[in-house]
Design a protein around this ligand. Structure first.
Ligand code: SF4
Length: 366
């Protein structure tokens, strides 16, 4: 059962919508999950391979870096062969914006802080993007804030990030171009949340959420989950990218997990497992890990309770689709609230997986 946090049907901020290829962003569309490739973009095979892995993990939009001419040259093939929309990430070189649009990229990300002579070319970019139906993300980042705003505010405050983004948007708006989404990323979730709140109150563009340079897997996951959780619960945010110093597939898994935890996406596999304690009569950690691994690609929503003793075990196991309540080196196996058998600890995992497959077979036959 999904918990209603007042989302997404009652989300208070309704932004305008842009289409990133076939993925709607904003305007009440489901929050989408993005990531970014780590391969050199000019290595087309490696980049397409990584995009395929990201797609398989559930990534809906992928961004590729375009730092060189060779990378720009690779964009047409990548955009054509990718299974999901490709966004070109452009810093420093406005001419690559045109290359990305010509290449068939689904969107372009520009960073107002470091696109040289960007302001002079806005009219041209707006015309080209508009003709191609390509949205632009104004991607402000604390680490590369426009020097003028750094001088004005002294550091990357929420106000500075928001002013930078809205200034750049205003340049496009002067040319009638509104097909934009915005990000204002900071490594500190508290600053990031403040920036996005301000931004959300001052415009109706769809917002791409990100805690930038969030750190390694554990730290980055916590920072992103906290910041996205606060904002998404307030209805702020239309697409997310978790930034981790870890393989990008991990970013996608974490992003999907955040949306599932907020009830913004139906969870496929949920393991309800206890932390174990001095009362545990089986190895709860091992059981939970093995059940998770064995059911990782399970195709239907499934809640499995893995509990270490009879204190909370029968209650949780009865509430789940499947469960085990353990005691004396044995496990009482529950299916849909009923005890179906008792097995020794060594057979708990295989029994739960067998029962899950049986339930999957019944669901498929329905
Ligand atoms: Fe401890 Fe039992 Fe609770 Fe697990 S279910 S944490 S073993 S009391």
């Amino acid at each position: 059962m999904m918990i209603d946090l007042g989302m997404p049907s009652k989300r208070p901020r309704v932004s305008r919508q842009v289409m990133v290829g076939g993925v709607p962003v904003g305007g009440g569309a489901p929050v989408s999950v993005q990531s970014m490739t780590t391969t050199p973009t000019h290595d087309v095979d490696a980049t397409l391979q990584q995009i395929a892995e990201l797609t398989a993990a559930g990534c809906q939009i992928v961004r590729v870096a375009v730092p060189t001419h060779d990378d720009a040259d690779a964009l047409p093939e990548i955009a054509r062969k990718s299974q999901i929309p490709v966004i070109a990430d452009i810093h420093f070189q406005p001419r690559y914006v045109f290359a990305a649009i010509d290449a068939g990229c689904a969107a372009v990300r520009v960073n107002p802080g470091n696109i040289k002579k960007f302001d002079d070319r806005v009219a041209e970019i707006a015309r080209a993007a508009s003709a191609a139906g390509v949205p632009i993300r104004i991607g402000v980042n604390a680490g590369s804030l426009d020097p003028r705003l750094l001088a004005k505010y002294g550091r990357a405050t929420p106000e500075a990030l928001v002013e930078s983004a809205l200034w750049e948007c205003s340049l496009f708006e002067e040319h009638g171009f509104l097909d934009m989404k915005i990000s204002v990323k900071h490594h500190d979730p508290v600053v990031m949340v403040a920036a996005y709140r301000q931004l959300a109150a001052r415009c109706d563009y769809p917002l791409h959420l990100g805690v930038t340079e969030a750190g390694p897997l554990m730290q980055g996951t916590v920072k992103s989950a906290v910041a996205f959780g606060v904002l998404l619960a307030e209805g702020v945010g239309d697409t997310i990218r978790v930034s981790l110093s870890a393989p990008p597939v991990e970013e996608v898994k974490v992003g999907i997990g955040i949306l599932e935890s907020l009830g913004l996406r139906q969870r496929k596999l949920e393991i309800v497992s206890c932390p174990s304690c001095g009362r545990a009569q089986v190895d709860v950690y091992r059981l939970a890990e093995e059940v998770s691994a064995g059911l990782e690609d399970f195709p239907f929503p499934l809640r499995v309770a893995v509990m270490g003793c009879v204190v909370n075990g029968p209650g949780e196991a009865r509430e789940a689709d499947l469960g085990v309540a353990s005691g004396n080196g044995k496990g009482q196996i529950f299916v849909k609230g009923e005890v179906v058998r008792t097995v020794p600890e060594s057979r708990i995992v295989e029994t739960l997986i067998d029962e899950a497959l049986r339930l999957a077979g019944e669901s498929a036959a329905d």
